[in-house]
Design a protein around this ligand. Structure first.
Ligand SMILES: [Fe+2]
Ligand SMILES: [Fe+2]
Length: 156
């Protein structure tokens, strides 16, 4: 397990935000296709693109969590797997014509995406941000963990 440096941690946070942007964009594509009354085959294509973006992002987040030995990695990855199973089922049902209400489909996808990002992903992002700032403090004041006041006193 290796914790990233401050700049690496900050970059990882940017990467997560960028990927969340891609996932949100794919979700917005579904929503606008629905509101424009686009045909089902187009919606199905957009849903597949969304699932693909989610899958790619989950893989990248899981790789990062493993690489840094993140404590909540197993629980977080387990939720990814649960969500992917649900999404793939939804995609299958939509393609098979079993889901008729496109609005309900978009709402479901939107709600879980937001929930996952607000709970599990927030924990990971907070961890990386905290690590980025503590690593910067260590770099600025040396690798010892004594309070700054003590160091200032020792130098005086
Ligand atoms: Fe996640
Ligand atoms: Fe995420």
């Amino acid at each position: 397990m290796e914790l990233p440096s401050a700049s690496e941690a900050a970059l990882e946070v940017q990467q997560i935000y960028a990927e969340h942007g891609e996932v949100t964009e794919a979700l917005n594509d579904i929503r606008s296709a629905i509101s424009l009354g686009r045909p089902r085959y187009e919606l199905a294509g957009r849903l597949t693109a969304f699932v693909t973006a989610v899958e790619r992002h989950f893989g990248s987040e899981e790789g990062l969590m493993r690489a840094i030995g993140y404590q909540g990695a197993n629980a977080h990855a387990a939720e990814h797997q649960r969500l992917l199973v649900q999404l793939r089922g939804l995609e299958r049902d939509f393609v098979a014509g079993a889901i008729r209400q496109c609005g309900a489909l978009a709402l479901f996808v939107e709600v879980w995406t937001a929930q996952h990002m607000e709970r599990q992903d927030k924990g990971l992002i907070d961890f990386l941000n905290a690590h980025a700032s503590s690593a910067m403090v260590r770099r600025a004041f040396g690798s010892h963990s004594e309070p700054m006041a003590m160091r200032a006193g020792a130098a005086a």
